[in-house]
Write a protein that binds this ligand. Structure first.
Ligand code: SF4
Length: 716
């Protein structure tokens, strides 16, 4: 097959990449060159992957960083697309009107586009009246604090919601979905949307509709509700298919009936599905020995590519991956290489090129600007007093674009920092005081100076809805400063946007089973000590009481958790009776000032040690973290400051007590220290006051975030 390709004049390259990220970046950089410099239409480029999501994730993020339009690979990736997540949020809301996250997404995304400040007001009304978000909307339109334009949006939302609820109950599943997408305007996109954006949106929605058709064919008796539940279950689990393989409306790569717009999208295909269409350039990635039959599939794919007249092919594998052992290429790929005597091209992590990051940011911002123009234009129709702010934000976006273009044109040898200072000095005198304020509060300069790429820069650029009014009145204030807890600080550190959702917009969340479990165990210990302790039977009786109150039932998972709680409490009681230190306070509250800010909280337990010192203990029901992982911990150090400031108590140690493992992990003496903790807490409080809520997505933070459904960057 390699010979066929060579005979037909095709070029074959073999890449040995340092790791999967390097492989993904190398592929994305090569495609970027083809698309943006050689002007190859993206639809004539294909990436063929073994059927493993890990490979696709790296690649998707690399393509995203370089703003390369691409058709996602598999259901998992499709379900992460914003337009699909919008549709899923509406479906979730129709199934469960109490789903606050889904309601919030439906309210803030097109076609409703409620401003965050109005949303915060609606949520406040819902909380005060103990209603869910949707049920609070009729009350919100009566409230004098909700401005006329927000009331208009609420009316539009309620109309759409009631129409969709009727459609779900009465229409055939497929028709319901088609109507929902139509009403959301999902298929049309904005008049200023770029053709690649429209193409991507069209591809993912067509995929969703195809999945619904496949489901209806397989389960003709199912109603809309059952189809919705199936789609939501797939989204939740990250499964690869909504219907079975046999039900797929067309074979191959998933997106049936997709219309291609303009230059189209780079195709992401499965290696084991025969490539089709006009493909001039192909990348076969992940060809290491551990991928099993990948090379066999590669051989077949090469034959098909030769027949399609493909002009260049890259065969690639990554030496390092998640496993510790260096990977080797598949022997069949080695044989192909040997047959034509081609060398391995070594691909190592390249030093970051600031200009590449700027170019990618420029492409992404161009689209953001067009979207912003459409939305600001829409708002000009509304009866509002703050139109000037909207317009100023639009102008600043444009100026930021000018700034990026100027940086790319900077004289040879000039650093980004020098060029930036120069451009800012020229831009600032040309703007109004309000635009100047917005421009100076932008994080773009910071991102550029840090040399960060698009993945980091884009969320910063998309920091808020265009013309977003201040959320100051919703910040948790105390006097001049901010009111903070240790968990607020941890939340902000994990992701500032998560803090905004939780503590500023105060979007209600439903506690997960494990969160309810943790709360129940904490409550048992609190009540046990509040009534003066006692025999094991007392402790276990409190467990039964709390268990029922926490709403746990009799299913297998609840049963397993109950067994874990029982075992943990038995060990707790035993350890308590054996230890030489004396627990003296439980759930002791503290409150102290940190500059103009205020910190408050509670310490689970304080023990007096045999040497007269005190130990602060925080209970945990998760997996123990090692001393190493606690080096950057803030909570316990903050408690130590609190004990001193609030109670006048000098504590000699602090520890996390992991109840399920009966393990006490002390805070290492090398951990941050009081000064570092104070400084970090003050910096975070000041950033919150300045409304700096740029998201910092990461698998660790997003994996346990309650606001993924609302978040504009989660999973993208
Ligand atoms: S999903 Fe991730 S990026 Fe979004 S708010 Fe949560 S932690 Fe932040």
């Amino acid at each position: 097959m390699v010979d066929d390709l060579c005979r037909s004049g095709g070029e074959i390259r073999f890449w040995r990449c340092a790791d999967e990220r390097v492989e993904a970046l190398a592929v994305a950089a090569d495609i970027e060159r083809l698309v943006f410099h050689d002007e190859v239409p993206p639809r004539r480029i294909a990436v063929l992957l073994p059927d493993a999501l890990g490979e696709a994730r790296e690649l998707l993020s690399a393509l995203q960083e370089r703003a390369i339009p691409h058709r996602p690979h598999g259901a998992g990736a499709m379900l992460q697309r914003a337009e699909i997540r919008d549709a899923l949020a509406w479906m979730r809301l129709l199934i469960d009107p109490g789903d606050a996250g889904a309601a919030v997404r439906a309210l803030i995304r097109p076609p409703i586009e409620m401003r965050h400040v109005d949303l915060a007001q609606v949520v406040q009304i819902a909380r005060r009246r103990r209603l869910d978000v949707v049920a609070a909307l009729p009350a919100a339109v009566e409230s004098p604090q909700v401005p006329p334009q927000a009331r208009e949006r609420v009316h539009r939302f309620l109309e759409l919601h009631s129409e969709a609820a009727i459609a779900l109950a009465e229409m055939a599943p497929q028709r319901f979905l088609d109507q929902l997408l139509d009403r959301l305007g999902a298929v049309r996109g904005g008049p200023l949307s770029a053709s690649s954006t429209l193409a991507q949106r069209g591809a993912s929605l067509a995929w969703l509709q195809a999945q619904a058709r496949a489901f209806c064919r397989r389960y003709p008796w199912a109603d809309g509700r059952e189809m919705v539940l199936r789609l939501l279950a797939v989204a939740e689990s990250g499964e690869e298919r909504v219907a079975t393989e046999a039900d797929r409306p067309t074979g191959g790569n998933g997106a049936a009936g997709v219309q291609d717009h303009g230059e189209g999208l780079v195709q992401l295909m499965r290696l084991d599905a025969p490539p089709r269409g006009e493909i001039d350039h192909a990348y076969l990635v992940g060809l290491c020995a551990s991928q099993g039959p990948a090379a066999l599939a590669a051989d077949t794919a090469l034959g098909a590519l030769a027949e399609l007249g493909c002009r260049s092919v890259v065969l690639s594998y990554a030496v390092g991956g998640e496993s510790q052992q260096a990977a080797v290429p598949d022997p069949a790929v080695e044989r192909m290489r040997g047959a034509i005597g081609a060398p391995w091209q070594e691909m190592a992590a390249a030093p970051a090129d600031p200009d590449q990051a700027i170019e990618a940011a420029l492409r992404a911002m161009r689209q953001e600007l067009l979207d912003g123009v459409a939305s600001i234009g829409g708002r000009l129709r509304e009866l509002r007093l703050d139109t000037e702010i909207d317009v100023s934000h639009g102008v600043v976006r444009y100026l930021e674009l000018v700034k990026l273009a100027a940086l790319l044109e900077r004289p040879a040898g000039q650093s980004i920092a020098e060029a930036l200072a120069d451009v800012n000095a020229r831009l600032l005198p040309a703007v109004s005081p309000l635009q100047r304020e917005i421009l100076e509060s932008s994080s773009l300069d910071e991102e550029l100076l840090a040399g960060r790429g698009l993945a980091q820069a884009a969320p910063a650029l998309g920091r808020a809805e265009a013309g977003a009014p201040s959320l100051q009145r919703f910040l948790p204030r105390r006097g001049e400063g901010l009111l903070l807890s240790a968990s607020d600080i941890e939340t902000y550190r994990s992701c500032p946007l998560r803090y905004k959702f939780a503590r500023v917009l105060r979007i209600p969340t439903q506690a997960t089973r494990h969160q309810r479990f943790g709360i129940a165990v904490h409550q048992v210990l609190e009540r046990y000590h509040a009534q003066g302790g006692g025999p094991l039977e007392t402790l276990l009786a409190l467990l039964e009481e709390s268990w029922r109150r926490a709403g746990f039932g009799l299913d297998a998972e609840d049963g397993t958790l109950h067994d874990k709680a029982l075992a943990a409490l038995r060990r707790y009681h035993e350890r308590l009776s054996q230890q030489r230190c004396e627990p003296v306070w439980f759930e002791r509250a503290f409150s102290f000032s940190l500059g103009r800010h205020h910190v408050r909280g509670r310490v689970d337990r304080v023990d007096r040690l045999p040497d007269g010192g005190y130990e602060l203990i925080d209970y945990k029901t998760g997996r123990p973290r090692s001393e190493q992982q606690l080096q950057q911990d803030i909570q316990l150090s903050l408690y130590a400051i609190a004990a001193k400031e609030s109670w006048g108590l000098h504590t000699s140690s602090q520890a996390y007590y992991y109840l399920l493992d009966d393990e006490k992990v002390p805070l290492p003496s090398t951990a941050g220290g009081a000064e570092w903790v104070r400084q970090t807490a003050v910096e975070i409080a000041e950033a919150i006051l300045r409304e700096r809520f740029e998201p910092t997505p990461s698998p660790a933070a997003c994996g346990m975030c309650d606001f993924r459904i609302v978040c504009p960057v989660a999973g993208e």
